[in-house]
Design a protein around this ligand. Sequence first.
Ligand SMILES: [Zn+2]
Length: 138
Amino acid sequence: MYNACMECIEFSGQRNEGGYGYIPYADGVYMAHRMAWMLHNGKAIPKGKVVMHSCDNQGCINPVHLSLGTMKDNTQDMISKGRADHVIHSGRPVTITPEDIVAIDVLRKQGISVINACKQVGMSRHTYYNKSTRGFNS
Ligand SMILES: [Zn+2]
């Protein structure tokens, strides 16, 4: 299903608010680009790492465009590319974007607690629960 073509491969399934493709599974969802990375590389994404798009196309699942980074890399990448619509003061986003919610969801999928995930993204848990449209069991 993969080729070396440098064109984006658009995920044809469902998209979340942040524009990321996802696949509903069991009691949660898998992020399509993360699945693409794992399938291509044949291993799980290390804890604490995020899969970044070099093409800035959140719906793209071309593994050639996907690379591992940390949440910090990802934020800096967004800022350097002018994608972030918020300014970060002392690591805390001033406004919350759907991408922040996605970032926390991504961390939670890696087994990181809500508290620590919110800390890494710089959002209060209260805000997260208010903004998240998914609903949680815990
Ligand atoms: Zn792409």
